[in-house]
Design a protein around this ligand. Sequence first.
Ligand SMILES: [Zn+2]
Length: 156
Amino acid sequence: MTAGAGDGSERAPAEQAWLIAANVVRWRRYGEGGQELRPGTKSYRGGSKVFVIGTYPGGAHEQLTTIGRGRRTSSYITIDMSTRNLHTFRALPVYSPTVLRLCQEAGVGGCWTGRQDAEELAALLGRLSVEYRTGRWPAPHPTPCRCHECLTLSRA
Ligand SMILES: [Zn+2]
């Protein structure tokens, strides 16, 4: 598909897709009983923005396919990760040719067709990510704790 500068007589339709953006938790609980803390994930730095481009068939949403800038190289990677390590899911129109190309290449059925689909799934993933974190790591939290819930509470 071409989206060249053209002669300006008619604007070519922008290549765009609605995706779900989310941020990687700054710290995740880890180890025995979740008593240790690790910054970000193996692949992503804490706080970095990723795009959710796919869920797994069958209704389970514990794992998601994401595109984001990798921890080591800062170039875009496509990787599956745990939903519990993401927060603040929101629908976002994406124009980045690189992200759109990777999304297409991943072939996981993402790139939601419209804003409403993306918004509904973003809301669901927001709720589920909290459930998955809570379910994965029962109380007590390490002290002091910097997991997403504890950081959010301390900021409130
Ligand atoms: Zn905590």
